[in-house]
Write a protein that binds this ligand. Sequence first.
Ligand code: ADP
Ligand code: MG
Length: 691
Amino acid sequence: MQNVPELFGSMVFNDKVMKAHLPRDVYRSLKNTIQRGAPLDLDVANVVATCMKDWAVSKGATHFTHWFQPMTGVTAEKHDSFISPCGDGGVIMDFSGKELVKGEPDASSFPSGGLRATFEARGYTAWDPTSYAFIKDDTLCIPTAFCSYTGQVLDKKTPLLRSMEALSRQAVRVLALFGKKACRVTATIGPEQEYFLINKQDYACRPDLILTGRTLVGAPAPKGQEMEDHYFGSLRPRVKVFMADLDEELWKLGILAKTEHNEVAPCQHEMAPIFATANIATDANQLTMEVMKKVADRHGFACLLHEKPFEGVNGSGKHNNWSMSTEKGENLLDPGSTPAENTQFLLFLTAVIKAVDDFQDLLRISVASAGNDHRLGANEAPPAIVSVYVGDELQAVIDCLIEGTPCRPNAPTVLDTGAVVLPNLPRDTSDRNRTSPFAFTGNKFEFRMPGSSFNIACTNVMLNTAVADALAQYADELEGSADFQKDLLTLIRRELAAHQRILFNGNGYGEEWPVEAARRGLCNFRTTPEALVHYTDEKNVALFARHGIYTREEIASRQEILLDEYGKAIRIEALTLLDLVRQQIAPACIKYANGLAAGVSAKKALGIEAPAEAALTGKVSALTGEMLAAADSLDACVAAMPQDVTELARYCADKVLPAMAAVRTPADKLEQTVDRTLWPLPTYSDMLFYV
Ligand code: ADP
Ligand code: MG
């Protein structure tokens, strides 16, 4: 491999490149825009565009695109070449400031949830200078926000940027209370990405994987993950080569790929990057998913990012590590070692606890999808109930604070001078409760509910905004306080007491937890439709309005898009399953039974009894009949789908998914019965234990 520091970011128009290529005043002006959001004038944009183009062309680029993140959750791009006729029959490579700053991709076919009709569909993309441009497949990609002609948000990036602003605004106010002059506080994110790799040939033979991302039939392999021999196990040589190639591709794009390892399920792996600002981490994660798929293909693999590709083995998630940091690099969730900083830490910690408690529903909504519903609460990922894990040590401090008692000597102590003393929390002792959806891990929180295929923007919009809201309330209350230390402690005590119910350090997989959670009044939305209806609850609309993130219409449109997406995903699954069963599985079963029956008759004619074959014929015929009857019911169920998106989503959860399960049960029994050479699909053993 090439020298890594040299390779790293070689396809990115980053600060180093800008500094080297831009005239000094232009560079300064652009930096001002990046760091302080100052508007960029067109002259500057023109110079930046020309520089960017020259740099991109020198790296082999021929096209540019405004790269954006519509509500589909995947990224979108429309390529334009740099060519411009120059009068003598030839062309020059040209790129203007106007083209850099604003695009008009039209893009009327993206979901807008009723925000725009196609006749007034013009959508605009606007350059986001806080995320670097990069080259991918000979195309200069310019990260952009996407909105409608009337300025309504149509993408995932715009609200994320707004929520980061809101968080910064309020956190800066709170820091000022502690005498700190911060200009900016940024949400920092490290998303750990899980995925499966299977052989491309197997993937190509599974229409369910191709069309829906998950296997809709498939009997369990004789071996699953029970031996726990895959987790952190040594890598298959082919996978190792894939990971090295993946790292190299990600590094070129300036993505801080750091850790690669095998996960719990067979064929399951994880990549964790070093954290970055929420905006950059989100863009990088979107790119990571795309690059993973491309690199996998080069190595004869298919990369599966669905939350539940295989029944009976763990699905994939994406752990969203989250914290806040000042421009000087102070991590606000780091417990620190001096008393003053500790009260500051405690206040930020309290704000996060309050935020998660007040907006549990929004966090659940941010991870709601047809795919993720298979994981949450299935004893492999956190339950659908949102709670916060702080670990025993921090819990002891919180308990003492609430009770107003000094802590035991060996535990962190509260002094009666009013100053809270926390010893330096030994990092990494608190975590390791893998069942918690939202765990404090020493100097950050890890939100473990997002699904592996998700765009993490939505989750972080919810988190940033909810924490901003809590901080705003605290700043309102404490600004102008006559006795800050005293009022601060009173507030922390009161707030921790008020939000105790969200703290849970026990086993999130235990049967008692949902009962206990219900007693505490916590939300438990087991399915996506149950969760999504709460998006437009008054308190949520008010939250987003207060911080200028979404209007009521924008929330309603998001709710509609997500409900619609859920219904469509399940409809596609149902139709795919029907095709599979009727066109591939049933014919194979019938062929097998016919062969058996012919053998039984032939033996009978010779006077040979064949009770085993006869019984087997009967079994296969009966199961085939059961499967086809269930398919007919599923067909009828699909035909009766309601139109309204809310009703449809509920109907899918309550009626269609059980109807699909009724088809799968006999199909999987048949797979375990029918001649292996006749079975039309690669099995779980084939896919998960390839050599
Ligand atoms: P753990 O062992 O608890 O999983 P790691 O140190 O391996 O912790 O980090 C896991 C992820 O958390 C990595 O992606 C890392 O970059 C990220 N992370 C670490 N510190 C922060 C922070 N301050 N803010 C956001 N993410 C962070
Ligand atoms: Mg982790």
